[in-house]
Design a protein around this ligand. Structure first.
Ligand SMILES: Cc1ncc(COP(=O)(O)O)c(C=O)c1O
Length: 394
């Protein structure tokens, strides 16, 4: 039996939860469609080579989608590995109770980092010979043996030992008693380019480095080289694992790869209209008066701005959806708010939902459209939606 105090605590918690859950859909928010996410995992698994496992790349808070919830969904849907970039991202997943193997894609070099990796059961990337001694010594002190993934630079020129110098690096790890080679991997620089010449060259370098290691009798349990674009490009690139980021979130890495698999966008960005007002002709709108009304103009103020991740550079160039109809954004986008011209929408009301990214009735607005307008990539747009936008998991 609950006593009066326990009961009132439960009731007050429930009220607070109710108020909060109402509040999170009040100003602006991000919706995450977990059914779409799971469907993307299943669709991608269907096109993988039979021996290939799916590693879901959930770094950068799962490309802005919320790492813990995304990890739970993708693991249930068939992913068997996770990849993150920073130790903090790995700790967040472990603290949430996620037990799947986690590859740390970023570099780690200090004893503190190695101790944290061992403590949290993360699997590090080793990039060069100079890391071998500190890893082995730290793990010897801890009395642990750690699975490690060795990065070979085949042409990205970022992390890793260059492919021609792979043998001494991998041999040193092989001889280190506290390090267990879990995989050899590389990363493509141009997999989204319709011209595969550079990707093919990187692939050949990867194959030749692996062949040399095999000639020396060094066992290589797993190899992997493909991101989303390479995975969609060809099964020959799948090896034992593919590291999929963008595609699991339902966004294609390049238009020419869209026929390869049917993906559903996972993320939508929405906000509410907070005020309506009709302005006379020749009225300046927002900072700098970068928009001047030509005629009587019915404007809507929307509660979302550049501090939420709507790039200010889209000012006067953004279109949104209101009740299934397109409306142009006018004037400078401000920190927390932006304005629309809704003169053509007689029924619009304060409180109506504005879709900035996503689907409203039959119409769709995509991160690709923003990326094209801004001369950037969809990855950057997804990662740009800030934490002050609550994530609503559908
Ligand atoms: C090493 C590595 N592998 C895989 C990925 C996933 O790439 P994508 O999002 O294109 O699938 C990334 C993302 O940046 C990466 O850095």
């Amino acid at each position: 039996m609950l006593d009066g105090e326990q009961l009132s605590h439960i009731v007050s918690q429930a009220c607070r939860h109710y108020q909060f859950s109402k509040a999170i859909r009040q100003r602006a928010w991000v919706e995450i469609d977990h059914q779409a996410l799971a469907a993307n995992i299943r669709a991608l698994k269907d096109i993988l080579a039979p021996q290939t496992a799916l590693m879901a790349v959930v770094k950068a808070d799962a490309y802005g989608h919320g790492a813990v919830k995304v990890a739970e969904t993708v693991l249930k849907a068939g992913a068997s590995w996770l990849a993150i970039a920073t130790l903090g991202e790995g700790v967040e997943l472990r603290e949430a109770g996620i037990t799947a193997p986690i590859l740390v894609l970023g570099a780690t070099n200090t004893t503190e980092e190695i101790e944290a990796i061992a403590h949290w059961d993360l699997q590090p990337t080793l990039c060069n010979l100079s890391q071998v001694a500190i890893f082995n010594e730290t793990l010897a002190r801890l009395g642990k043996i750690l699975p490690v993934h060795l990065k070979i630079d085949t042409g990205m020129s970022r992390l890793g030992t260059r492919w021609e110098e792979a043998l001494p690096f991998v041999a040193a790890v092989h001889q280190a008693p506290h390090l267990n080679i879990a995989s050899i991997y590389s990363h493509f620089a141009t997999a989204d380019d319709p011209d595969p010449t550079t990707m093919d060259q990187q692939h050949q370098r990867f194959q030749s480095a692996i062949a040399k290691l095999e000639q020396q009798g060094i066992p290589i349990p797993k190899r992997h080289i493909s991101n989303s674009a390479a995975t969609l490009h060809s099964r020959n690139l799948h090896y034992d694992l593919v590291r999929l980021g963008l595609s699991i979130y339902g966004v294609y890495p390049a238009p020419h790869l869209s026929p390869k698999v049917r993906l559903k966008p996972v993320l939508q960005v929405k906000a509410r209209i907070t005020q309506l007002k009709t302005l006379p002709p020749d009225t300046g709108v927002s900072y700098g008066h970068r928009f001047i009304t030509a005629t009587d103009t019915k404007t809507a103020v929307v509660g979302i701005g550049y501090a939420d991740g709507v790039p200010r550079r889209l000012s006067n160039n953004l279109k949104v959806l209101v009740n299934g109809a397109f409306a142009p954004q006018i004037g400078a986008i401000t920190m927390d708010q932006l304005m629309l011209d809704v003169s053509h929408l007689p029924d619009v009301q304060v409180g109506d939902v504005v879709t900035l990214i996503g689907t409203d009735h039959d119409q769709q607005l995509t991160v690709d459209q923003w990326a094209n307008q801004l001369g950037t990539i969809s990855w950057e747009i997804l990662c740009g939606f800030k934490h002050r936008l609550p994530r609503i998991n559908l």
